[in-house]
Design a protein. Structure first.
Length: 251
């Protein structure tokens, strides 16, 4: 469904050229949940932004259903790193409902659907608040609710649970697994958290450190959902991914 073929990205700016990503190749089949892991600055967000269509590759190509990605599209829903992508002038509920207008839903349906996802991220009853009245983790959850409510075929999530406490994080991980299993979405999910990656994904893709970050290895995680984090299989996958990352930190 998504093909990244020898993708490279070099940023050119005031300080000269910076090769962020080099020769990155990865295919995502429909319904897969792939986690992308790597040290800070290795190029994860750059890869996701290219799949989202916000950045064009400087080398190689990215195909979606066989056609080159030329820009963003409604079939790809994005949760950005950080939490400043909400519209300041809209309430939390209206932020979630905003994109649903494009799907042809009436006002009442939009609000009902938005309220459902607001509750799902643990913010039921707080939909009237504006972004300036929300905490960082709450804004992050509104972003997640917005992406899920729009029901895209492909979810591109950049450290979506990074700013959340352990309890909320565990609850949203379970919810995301359930939604993914129910709806057969294809997910590309960036995280720094090895346990999170092994808990959620069908494959963990590990990148080398930058500059010129590229795919180092892919670890398949062939364990049933919901995952038992204390099982031998889980721990074996954790160790395998940990060793790959650790080698990059030491490099
Ligand atoms: N717009 C840009 N212009 C110039 N350089 C950039 C730009 N965006 C990213 N970079 C550089 O590309 C490299 C990769 O950045 P990227 O944001 O993809 O890293 P990351 O793996 O997502 O890191 P983190 O885990 O910290 O979010 C970094 O060295 C960064 O400085
Ligand atoms: Mg990033």
């Amino acid at each position: 469904m998504v093909v990244l073929d020898k993708v490279g990205k070099t940023f050119r700016g005031r300080t000269g050229a910076w090769e962020a990503v080099r020769g990155f190749s990865l295919d995502l089949a429909e319904g897969e949940f792939v986690c992308l892991l790597g040290t800070s600055g290795c190029g994860k967000t750059t890869v996701l932004n290219m799949v989202a269509g916000f950045e064009a590759p400087s080398a190689g190509r990215i195909l979606l259903d066989g056609a080159p990605v030329r820009g963003p599209g409604a079939e790809r829903g994005v949760v950005f790193q950080g939490h400043d992508s909400l519209y300041d002038w809209l309430s939390a509920l209206d932020n979630i409902a905003f994109g649903l207008r494009l799907r042809g839903l009436g006002r009442r349906q939009r609000r009902e659907r938005a309220a459902h996802f607001l509750g799902m991220v643990g913010l039921g009853g707080q939909g009237a608040k504006h972004p300036a009245e929300l905490s960082g983790g709450m804004k992050q959850r509104i972003q997640i609710a917005r992406a899920l409510a729009a029901d895209p075929r492909i979810l591109l999530m950049d450290e979506p649970f990074g700013a959340l406490d352990a309890m909320t994080r565990a609850a949203l991980q379970a919810e995301l697994t359930r939604i993914w299993a129910d709806t057969q979405k294809t997910v590309l999910f960036i995280t720094h958290d090895i346990e999170e990656a092994v808990a959620l994904s069908t494959r963990v893709a590990v990148m080398t450190r930058g500059p010129g970050g590229t795919l180092k290895a892919v670890v398949p995680v062939d364990l049933p959902f919901p995952r038992d984090r204390t099982s031998d299989g889980f721990m074996a996958a954790f160790r395998q991914v940990h060793a790959l990352i650790h080698a990059e930190i030491l490099a």
